[in-house]
Write a protein that binds this ligand. Structure first.
Ligand code: GLC
Ligand code: CA
Length: 569
């Protein structure tokens, strides 16, 4: 299968031509790619999420760290990613592995030091890679100095930095709201007799964004990391920043919307002001810093609202309407991708299918027979549409979930006696097939997947037909082919509900058609919806190798993907 090699050769030649043409112009970092597309970098970026604990251990304690990431930057540059989102690496008692922050402006010793952060930023910049910090702004750890002060006395000045209420008349919690992690969303503070609110664990008290001092302190945290070289933030749990001020009782929390989408605990209108102010903080910094939001919504209209009425809030809200899909159903994906393109007011959609909270896509969408081919198909769903693509470390290898039996046996540490179900997608990055998988010289905090013997960077580099090479080819297309770098999105019909297709169009009417078969049978597609007289030409990238189209008709193998050049009349 030489399609990948031919694309790679084309890519290198093309990249060189661009370099020569632009010699002498000022680049943001010595290794930065000169973008083919206009507009800020994040509008067409590939952002790669690293679960810091699991990517690369540099000091032999079995826990990934910042220095480990620095050691692996060449790999990330070779893959072609534009930015990294690092999961929280701040001091934390680790009840939720760093999502319970006890100090926002330091690095946890298990992940390194501020000096390691500085070095990572410097080395990443040399390679044209930006870094987003995970900003957990809905809650702190209950060990954070702010909460310790708040808890110390009812009249402590920081008391109001958190959400306190009196219990109900029967001595129970203030209302029946439930937490996303299970159990009541309130915990009693016996000393004061009041309850504090937490949408997640009791060790993660929600802060009170209505308090101006808290707000200022949080914005100061943002400034700290921006001054220290962050290119922006992934914002944790943005729907939950503000609660309904009436705290209405929910006598039947089990009915109605799921607990993470209740009208009283999420998506409150007051949140817009907070996010506008945070965005304004970013506006004071050079380099187009960005907010990538963990912005779960119930529908596309709500997602559109997250960008802000005047597009002055979160530039990149993650699209959970697609990210949460668990079945490979072509009409559903088509509808959701079309919506993301056409119903977000022209804003940048954010596509992802895996994260540290999700099952890995190789496992979620695999049918047990065609998993590798399906992984290439789902990669195309994330990387080929117009928008920003979010990858999760190891998805480019076809890493799968740890099986439940192995998770059940994993011993994780004093705070987490048992593995969290989500730890299935957090096993060590598979660098090699050796024991230890190239992650650490010590036993890793979580065992590596057994499939690491086959699915690893070293083996896949050597195999031109690997999932890794497919990702590399798609990312290169985004950077080097004008239709993918900056082209618009055109929805297409295929006359076949097992398949879907869309086009990426350059201003001159040329472009490319992306066609996918989401079934285990060969399928025929008759493409309609193309501009008049536009013609399908050669296949520029496909897996498995596809024949050139006959007119507007294409045949695709089971779970096949073909990207076909489209020429203007
Ligand atoms: C977000 C994070 C998740 C964490 C939760 C609480 O959903 O992605 O991992 O547990 O927030 O901070
Ligand atoms: Ca380590």
């Amino acid at each position: 299968m030489n399609f990948l090699f031919s694309l790679q050769r084309r890519g290198r030649a093309c990249g060189l031509a661009i370099l020569i043409a632009l010699a002498g112009s000022v680049a943001p970092g010595a290794g930065a790619r000169e973008p083919l597309a206009p507009g800020p970098w994040w509008q067409h970026a590939v952002i790669y999420e690293i679960y810091v604990r699991s990517f690369q251990d540099s000091n032999g304690d079995g826990i990934g760290d910042l220095k480990g990431i620095t050691q692996r930057l060449d790999y990330l540059q070779e893959l072609g990613v534009d930015a990294l989102w690092l999961t929280p690496f701040f001091p934390s008692p680790n009840f939720d592995f760093g999502y319970d922050v006890s100090d926002y402006t330091d690095v946890s010793p298990e992940y390194g030091s501020l000096a390691d952060w500085d070095e990572l930023v410097r080395e990443a910049d040399r390679r044209g890679i930006r870094i987003l910090v995970d900003f957990v702004l809905n809650h702190t750890s209950d060990q954070h100095a702010w909460f310790r002060a708040a808890r110390s006395a009812r009249d402590n000045p920081k008391r109001d930095w958190y959400v306190w209420r009196k219990g109900s008349s029967d001595g129970g919690p203030p209302n029946h709201w439930q937490s996303i992690f299970g159990g009541p969303a309130w915990t009693l503070d016996p000393a004061s007799g009041e309850w504090y609110y937490h949408i997640f664990l009791p060790q993660q008290p929600d802060v009170n964004w209505n308090n101006p001092q808290l707000r200022a302190a949080m914005f100061e945290v943002a400034g700290f990391w921006l001054r220290r070289g962050a290119a922006g933030f992934r914002l944790d749990a943005t729907p939950y920043l503000v609660e309904d001020p009436a705290f209405p009782d929910d006598p039947h929390p089990e009915s109605g919307p799921p607990v993470w989408l209740k009208p009283y605990n999420s998506g409150r209108p007051e949140t817009h002001e907070v996010l506008r102010q945070l965005r304004a903080v970013l506006g004071g910094f050079a380099g187009d810093p960005v907010l990538l939001g963990e912005s779960a919504t119930a529908n596309i209209a709500e997602l559109a609202a997250v960008y802000g009425k005047n597009h002055d809030e979160i530039q990149l809200p993650m699209n959970f309407l697609i990210g949460n899909l668990q079945a490979l159903d072509a009409p559903t994906f088509k509808r959701q991708i079309d919506d993301a393109q056409l119903k977000l007011g022209g804003q940048t959609p954010v596509f992802f299918l895996s994260s540290h909270d999700h099952s890995r896509q190789w496992s979620a969408f695999g049918d047990g027979t065609h998993n590798d081919q399906i992984a290439k198909l789902t990669a195309s769903l994330t990387l080929a549409p117009r928008g920003t693509a979010l990858l999760y470390y190891g998805e480019e290898l076809g890493m799968g979930d740890l099986p439940p039996q192995e998770l059940a046996q994993a011993r994780i540490g004093p705070k987490r006696p048992r593995a969290d179900e989500r730890d299935r997608a957090r096993s060590p990055m598979q660098w090699t097939g050796a024991s230890g998988v190239g992650f650490s010289s010590a036993p890793a905090w979580l065992p590596a997947a057994r499939a690491a013997a086959t699915y690893n960077v070293a083996a896949e580099r050597a195999d031109p037909d690997s999932i890794l090479h497919w990702y590399g080819a798609l990312i290169r297309l985004r950077h080097e082919d004008p239709a993918f770098a900056s082209g618009s999105y055109l929805p297409l019909e295929t006359g076949n509900a097992q398949t879907l297709a869309f086009a990426r169009m350059s201003a001159d009417g040329s472009g490319a058609v992306v066609a996918l078969n989401a079934s285990a049978q060969e399928q025929e597609l008759r493409i309609t919806g193309l501009p008049a007289h536009a013609q399908l030409r050669e296949v520029i990238l496909s897996s498995p190798a596809a024949h050139a189209p006959a007119g507007a008709t294409l045949r695709l193998a089971p779970y096949g993907v073909a990207i076909v050049r489209l020429v203007a009349p």
